[in-house]
Write a protein that binds this ligand. Sequence first.
Ligand SMILES: NC(=O)c1ccc[n+]([C@@H]2O[C@H](COP(=O)([O-])OP(=O)(O)OC[C@H]3O[C@@H](n4cnc5c(N)ncnc54)[C@H](OP(=O)(O)O)[C@@H]3O)[C@@H](O)[C@H]2O)c1
Length: 330
Amino acid sequence: MMRAALVVENGRPVQVREIPSPEPSPGRTLVEVEAAAITPLDLLVASGTSYFGDPAKPYVPGVQGIGRVLASERFVEGSRVWFQTSAGITTEQGSMAAVAQPKDEFVVDVGEELDVVALAALGLSAVAAHRCLHEVAGIAHGESVLVLGASGVVGSSAVQFARLAGAGHVVAAGRRPGFARRALTLGANRAIDITPHESVEEYLDAYRDAAPDGFDVVIDPLCGNAATAALRHMRPGGRLVNLGSSQAPSATFDSAILRSKQLRILGYTNAELDGAAVSSTMEAVVALLREGKLSAESETHPLDQAGEAWQRAALGKCSGRAVLVLGETA
Ligand SMILES: NC(=O)c1ccc[n+]([C@@H]2O[C@H](COP(=O)([O-])OP(=O)(O)OC[C@H]3O[C@@H](n4cnc5c(N)ncnc54)[C@H](OP(=O)(O)O)[C@@H]3O)[C@@H](O)[C@H]2O)c1
């Protein structure tokens, strides 16, 4: 038997219980979990309202985690790995348990001498930010970048990746107190506090002030008026990559602007990545973390307090990503 957090009811905090430990099975790696983040995707799928459908309950949530290999056909016993699961999306069980059993394809050897909590916090949000900037937007040296939701893990990672990619001008937009100071420290040239902005015109004024020449690339986890205004302040050939709808489910575009500037509006989801793509991007993330070029804010909680941590994350009260820590990491 083992301790695990369980989603028992849609939209309610997880409950910690004893459940049977998983047994070794072909094509899967048994991992003794050290850290598991509570991400927006975990909360969304557990709400039962996402386009993934209403998951069968109870289930162990956690779409990603870090730990040490207990048994595997592919990985050395005792090595440290990051892994992804489809908990809540399929019947696969997740990372918020003493032992997880991800598919070998979605396990990445991350080596020793690593800030486990920071990597847990970065996880798939950093993977998404990296791929949106490089594979989807195809950022070029010297380009001007707007990052929306810059206080979040996607946004703060995107600010750091844009700077590392040699962006000419990086504007970070967010609303959490203290976010601007951190964004500027991470490499943004300007930080916009969007708290007072509601209308498209208000956003537009702020964007014009922060980047008079417009944006080549917009990383957009928000949608809504923040994105509508961004689409009106882009340079010819600009690319807006949307990967979330934290502000609103839709945004609008002006046909004349879209056509005359030959803009591109692009969608992104991690859900379409195969194991090789996840691994290669995660290896890039791990390398930058190890070199001290990448960071993420987080708060840690022991597994036994998973319910409280889940509630804090659901209410947006966390100082950075909530990360459950187990074993020696706790
Ligand atoms: N498509 C994909 O594959 C993929 C991958 C990863 C993430 N995502 C999505 O991207 C979004 C951000 O992910 P994350 O990991 O960065 O989450 P996060 O760390 O929880 O950050 C959420 C960000 O959104 C902001 N935000 C939330 N509601 C807002 C609102 N109504 N108006 C303005 N800003 C708002 C937050 O601002 P405060 O700090 O002020 O609350 C914060 O900056 C989520 O929707 C997530 O589901 C998508």
